[in-house]
Design a protein around this ligand. Structure first.
Ligand code: K7E
Ligand code: RUQ
Ligand code: CUA
Length: 645
């Protein structure tokens, strides 16, 4: 989030003040910090931390408490490290209804849950700009599915999930013209623009996603959301700003109203309406991309229709709860009773009670309605307010011991408070201007606690300077005691927004180490060197190539002509953990490949000039790695050089 504009001069002043170290910060660092974060050589971290990459479109995997980056998982952006988005197999993953998109913006992550507990199966990620939701398989740490979301723009309120991963939910940040009618005047915002909330069903076994239904809501900006848990399972809570429905958010336009809303959605009720045949079919276009783990090949298909339930007609699936000024985070505590709203422009944190919301609905304790949607009276839904927590509250997580931790962007601090008594218990400064924060398991019904990480928006002087572009800074706190203790600063990849984490055992148990070559069902797999070959079909040339320490087969090829479409299908024959091979050929515009043991990967190359083109392995794989090379001779189009390999 970027809040400078709305805070104007005050925020800028606050930020520059904070850029010099506040007094007494040294005391916040735990005396035994070094010991607590030290993971000895050869030892493993205690926790996997999955961190969003923000504008880089990726996800990184960080070990805690060491802060070591273990892997970058490419999701919505191409990744030169492993050829994601470059190889023929993975290119379809980045197809959308707008065509191939090599770079997007990734904000939030959700680990799959069963009975409200992290189950270690999948990680879901959102793309903000061209609305999509991805599923990462945590056996392989690979992105295996991407679903585009129609009727959405700025997919920010996403991908939050229900406690058995029944649904991934995605709310649109930008209201969009209703019924897919895109060509309307922007001035007609109030009449024509709506907000859509997508409920994406997830298959229990395979994890496969598709849009089950959408709810058409007023044209607010849906910012963030969280599912109810336990007693509130069956409900979903969305923060919405711009309740004025202004079409320009410049200046104070969108913040005139003293209160915006949290919208409570009864999705079980929506399911009933759907079963009863309610809902309209709306023509749309969205891509559904799947990576088949048997053939190791992705496909992309375009789907054409969604079912939309209209909230204002159905009356009893959506309820609005007033929430002070521009709510951002909308978080539900582990019991499911408390819903925490964080008004970015408010100087308090309202905490709503699920029981009270239910009572208010039953007693019709409403303050009016908006587009046919009842507005529950603020006091009727309120558990209480945290007074003077800090400035610019954004996001809240929980430790399972009755405490909540809220990040404050403007006053640059993490504030710990008690959910029942609403009393502030502790505060620690962050360096600088924290956005999201995360407690290990802090979004589940059973937080693991122990560590909290603050993901800060401004780095300034925390690390050695690297010119104008700096790594973002994360800060690890020990939250096992009464007071939070700073343990470690570490740099991150991209701009982390949300992150989630769980104890290591959850993710290590079924991990893939390499692919069994016998089970490789890739249509162009070559399962032994003897089967390697080059096959010409018109101007298409398929090279069935193998790689094993330390040679390619075939390694020298003649008879390729200018303008041919050459496909190098490289199968890595190794059957050993951690022996990838690389592949590169001079002048190839699709770049390189990195092929895992037992896998087949394809590089497409269209030579444009006659010449001698060396190819080689790019990953140091053995003492004879430098010998892993060959030549391709390219002759002029129409010449009669025979095919030799
Ligand atoms: Cu607060 Cu996109 Cu979750 Cu960033 S948003 S901080
Ligand atoms: S070679 S070990 Cu290019 Cu010195 Cu790499
Ligand atoms: Cu194979 Cu280097």
């Amino acid at each position: 989030m970027k809040a400078y504009k709305s805070f104007g001069i005050t925020a800028l002043a606050a930020v520059s003040l904070l850029a010099c170290k506040p007094k007494g910060t040294e005391n916040a660092v735990a005396g035994d910090a070094a010991q607590k974060v030290y993971v000895a050589p050869g030892e493993h971290d205690e926790v996997y931390n999955f961190v969003s990459g923000g504008f880089n479109g990726q996800v990184s995997v960080v070990g805690l408490p060491s802060g070591r980056t273990l892997k970058i998982i490419p999701v919505f952006s191409v990744h030169p490290e492993n050829g994601y988005g470059y190889s023929e197999e993975t290119k379809p993953m980045l197809e959308t209804s707008h065509g191939f998109i090599p770079w997007d913006d990734q904000h939030h992550l959700s680990l799959s849950q069963t009975n409200g507990e992290i189950d270690g199966r999948w990680l879901f990620a959102n793309a903000n700009n061209t609305p999509r939701v991805a599923r990462i398989d945590l056996k392989s740490f690979k992105t295996t599915e991407i679903l585009e979301i129609p009727n959405s723009a700025g997919n920010h309120s996403s991908p939050f999930l229900t406690q058995n991963t029944e649904y991934i939910v995605a709310g649109t940040r930008f209201a969009v013209p209703a019924d897919g009618q895109d060509d309307v005047p922007i001035e007609s915002f109030k009449q024509n623009f709506k907000g859509y909330l997508s409920f994406i069903g997830v298959d229990k076994e395979s994890g496969e996603m598709d849009i089950s239904f959408q709810i058409e809501a007023p044209g607010f900006n849906f910012d963030l959301s969280h599912a109810g848990k336990n007693k509130s399972h069956g409900w979903f809570f969305f923060s919405c700003y711009n309740s004025e429905q202004a079409n320009s958010l410049l200046e104070v336009n969108a913040s005139q109203n003293d209160k915006d809303f949290i919208m409570a959605v009864n999705w079980k009720k929506a399911e009933e309406y759907l079963k009863a045949g309610k809902g309209k079919k709306v023509a749309v276009e969205y891509a559904h991309n799947k990576f088949d783990e048997e053939t190791h090949t992705a496909t992309s298909t375009i789907k054409k229709e969604v079912t939309v339930l209209t909230a204002s007609e159905l009356k009893d699936i959506c309820y609005l709860i007033p929430c002070p000024k521009s709510p951002h985070g909308c978080d539900v505590d582990p019991t499911g009773e408390y819903i925490v709203g964080s008004g970015k422009l408010a100087a308090l944190i309202p905490v709503f009670s699920f029981d009270k919301i239910q009572k208010a609905i039953a007693e019709k304790n409403f303050a009016g309605e908006f587009d046919g949607i009842p507005i529950i009276k603020y006091e009727a839904a309120l558990h209480g307010e945290v007074q003077k927590p800090g400035l610019g509250p954004l996001h809240t997580e929980f430790d399972g011991k009755g405490n909540a931790y809220t990040s404050h962007f403007v006053s640059s601090e993490v504030v710990k408070w008690n959910i029942e008594t609403l009393e502030v218990l502790d505060r620690q400064p962050t360096f600088y201007s924290v956005g999201h924060l995360m407690v290990v398991g802090g979004d589940s019904s059973k937080p693991y606690g122990k560590y909290l990480v603050a993901y800060n928006k401004i780095t300034k002087d925390r690390f050695l300077p690297t010119g104008p572009e700096l790594a973002h800074s994360a800060q690890l706190f020990d939250i096992s005691g009464d007071k939070m203790k700073l343990l470690l600063d570490f740099p991150t990849i991209g701009e982390p927004h949300y992150a989630q984490a769980g104890p290591a055992e959850l993710f290590t148990k079924d991990q893939v180490k390499f692919y069994n070559i016998g089970e490789n069902k890739h249509p162009y797999a070559t399962k032994g060197e003897a089967e390697s070959k080059v096959v010409r079909e018109g101007n298409k040339v398929h090279v069935y190539m193998t790689s094993i320490r330390s040679h390619f087969s075939p390694d020298n090829i003649e008879g390729i002509k200018v303008g041919d479409e050459v496909y190098f299908h490289v199968t890595n024959l190794e059957q050993d953990w951690d022996v990838p091979h690389g592949f590169a050929i001079k002048g190839a515009k699709t770049a390189e490949l990195l092929i895992m043991p037992g896998e087949t990967s394809t590089l497409k190359w269209v030579p444009e000039k006659p010449g001698m083109y060396p190819m080689y392995c790019t990953d140091f794989c053995s003492a004879l790695h430098q010998e892993m090379q060959g030549y391709v001779r390219v002759s002029p189009a129409g010449s009669n050089t025979p095919l030799i390999y």
